[in-house]
Each structure stands twice: as C-alpha cells, then as structure tokens.
Design a protein around this ligand. Structure first.
Ligand SMILES: Cc1cc2nc3c(=O)[nH]c(=O)nc-3n(C[C@H](O)[C@H](O)[C@H](O)COP(=O)(O)OP(=O)(O)OC[C@H]3O[C@@H](n4cnc5c(N)ncnc54)[C@H](O)[C@@H]3O)c2cc1C
Length: 311
C-alpha cells in the first residue's frame, strides 16, 4: 500500500462517495449519487469523458437517432453530472487505501480525498498494434468497436486484426452488415471458439490472411490502405481498405487496486451481482469489471446500479 505524499498540507476532503473515472460508468454514477443527495466527488482521471471521446460518431446510444460525436456525448454527460451535484476533479488517482476507515484516494498533485464508500469506474484501454499510422487515423478509420462503427462500413473494405473470439465477432458483425472483410492474424491457429470459426470460415464476405501482420496504415483524411507482411515473404503487400478494426484485446485500468481487490486473470475487478467488490464498501462498474459487453450503455447502466446498491 502506498503512503501519502509528504508534501500534502491540505486537510483531506471528506465525502460520502468517491467515484474514480469519468467515462459513462463514472459519470452516470455521479448523476445518480448527486441526485440521491450524496456528497460526491468524481476523480475524473486524465482521460476526461473516457474512451468514447475517441469516437467520431456514436450510433448505438439511445436518444440520438442520427448518432452523436463521442466527445459531445461525454461533454453533455459531464454537464449533467455537475448539475446533479457531483464535484469533478480532473486528476488521476495515484494512491489508494480501500481498506482503512474512512477510505482515501490521493491524486497526482498530492491532494487527498476521503470517503465512506468508493466506486471504481476506471475503464479499460484497448490494446494497440503500435504501428505507423495507427494513432494518426484513430477514430478516422481505425477503430476497436465494430458494434459501434460497423454501420459506417456497409459495402466497404475493412481489415480486422486478431485471432480470438473478439476478432471473430467483429469480423462476422462487419460481414453481416455487408462489409468485405479481411481477417489478418499473425499465427496459423485461432483462439476463437469452434462454432465461431465454422461460421467465419464459411462466410462469403470474409477472407483470411494467417501468419501475417500489419506493419503500417496509410490514408489522407481517413484510412485508404494498409501494409501487410506475411511471415514467408520478404516484401510487404499494400492492400486497399476503408477501415481497420483492431481486436487484440483490452487491458482493464486496475493496476492501482491489484493488491487490495480480487481481480480475474486479465485484471478485471471481480464483483458480486450487486457490483460489490471483495472489499467492503468498494464497488466497481463498467469496463474495469466487465469482460464481456464493454459498451457505453452497459457501463452507464452499471454506474447507476452500483450507486443504487450502495449501503
Ligand atoms: C474508439 C472507441 C469507440 C467506441 N465506440 C463505442 C460506441 O460507439 N458505442 C458503445 O457503446 N461503446 C463504444 N466504445 C466502447 C465504450 O467507449 C466503453 O465500453 C465505455 O467507454 C466504458 O466506459 P467506462 O466508464 O467503464 O470506462 P472508460 O470510458 O474507459 O473511462 C474510464 C475513465 O477512468 C479514468 N481513469 C483511468 N485510470 C484512472 C485513475 N488512476 N484515476 C482516476 N481516473 C482514472 C479515465 O480518465 C476515464 O475517464 C468505444 C470504444 C472506443 C475505444
């Protein structure tokens, strides 16, 4: 357990509830907690608004039939949380003690916050390929969510990267929507379930490139092509594509809690059905605990549920 920063001079701020994270889970929790009259602080973290801010168009969030820019959706949600009474601090939490009474969190500038209850909604980070062009076209042709961005690629060419269940789901989802899919996997064998493999291998819209890796992504305003290097070839091959879906997994942002909470092998926080963690009065919601759905609406729902379950 980390100790408090020696230079802290301010008295700790005392709260009923501290929420870590300002994605859909944390902010929705803030709305519910504020409206329930709880003295609530949201430690927002550096990624103000969470992962959705990286999406140019969110088309599956209820209430926006024409879609909405992810940043705008989260700006609106931040405003709603503030109007509901939550106080938002734009700092990362760098130390926590979830077992003391009261529990405390210290942020990167040394400020300390105490509360009776804590809700962890620190989300997850999609794994990246780390290749040229990936960052440049992130949200402009490079995506990690076919459920979210798939409709933009009807009748277009897309490349899906990965070989597990997630990649297969993404490829099938895109193909069913009419996209022409190339699944690129760096190995010969796939980790995806047998039934998924059968369905994918027999889909007329999906071509498979094994033993191959993407080496760069090119484009202008949006993605236009990718370079692929096959293991048995010396020269790269350039393939025209309108989109690249990276499905090589996500990493839950839970390192900070690993010695204080029970986590699964991949690092997701384990909770019971009331979203309570292994530590008393500590709850978790959204991608930090969810290994399956990983959607804005499910994260938001869990934020609401966690607050309604507080004791
Ligand atoms: C590019 C992209 C597009 C997507 N599009 C869609 C879509 O169209 N529809 C859809 O339903 N889903 C979409 N998703 C998935 C969706 O964004 C996530 O499922 C959802 O944001 C998860 O919400 P969350 O609140 O659990 O966490 P996140 O959104 O991951 O937010 C985590 C928050 O925790 C904070 N945090 C992290 N560490 C700390 C710390 N140490 N201290 C304090 N705060 C911390 C971060 O700053 C951030 O505010 C998309 C994801 C990506 C990457």
């Amino acid at each position: 357990m980390e100790t408090l920063n020696k230079h802290t001079t301010q008295q700790p701020s005392k709260n009923d509830l501290l929420i870590l994270g300002s994605g859909p889970a944390g902010l929705t929790a803030g709305i519910y907690a504020g409206r329930a009259g709880l003295n609530t602080k949201i430690i927002a973290g550096r990624e103000r608004g969470g992962q959705l801010t990286g999406s140019s168009k969110v088309e599956n969030f209820p209430g926006f039939p024409d879609g909405i820019n992810g940043l705008e959706l989260m700006d609106r949600t931040i405003k709603q949380a503030e109007l509901s009474g939550a106080d938002i601090i734009y700092q990362d939490a760098t130390s926590v003690d979830l077992t003391s009474t009261p529990k405390w969190i210290q942020t990167e500038n040394g400020d300390k916050y105490e509360a009776e209850q804590i809700l962890i909604a620190t989300g997850s980070t999609p794994k990246r390929l780390g290749i040229k062009g990936e960052q440049k076209f992130w949200g402009r042709g490079v995506s990690t969510c076919a459920t979210c961005d798939g409709p933009l690629y009807k009748d277009k060419d897309v490349v899906v990267v990965g070989g597990g269940n997630n990649a297969f789901h993404e490829a099938l989802h895109l193909a069913r929507m009419g996209a022409k899919v190339k699944l690129v996997h760096r190995r010969e064998e796939f980790k995806a379930d047998e039934t998924l493999q059968e369905e994918l291998f027999s889909h007329p819209n999906i071509e498979i490139l094994t033993n191959s890796e993407l080496s760069s992504i090119q484009g202008e305003e949006t993605v236009k092509s990718v370079s692929i290097l096959a293991k048995d070839q010396e020269d790269e091959k350039q393939i025209k594509t309108d989109g690249v879906f990276i499905a090589i997994g996500t990493v839950p942002n839970t390192d900070l809690f690993s010695n204080q909470l029970e986590l699964d092998e991949a690092g997701h926080i384990l909770t019971d059905q009331n979203l309570k963690t292994s530590t008393d009065k500590v709850y978790a919601a959204g991608d930090a605990r969810d290994s399956r759905y990983k959607q804005a609406i499910t994260a938001a729902a869990e934020g609401a549920m966690a607050v309604m379950n507080l004791k």
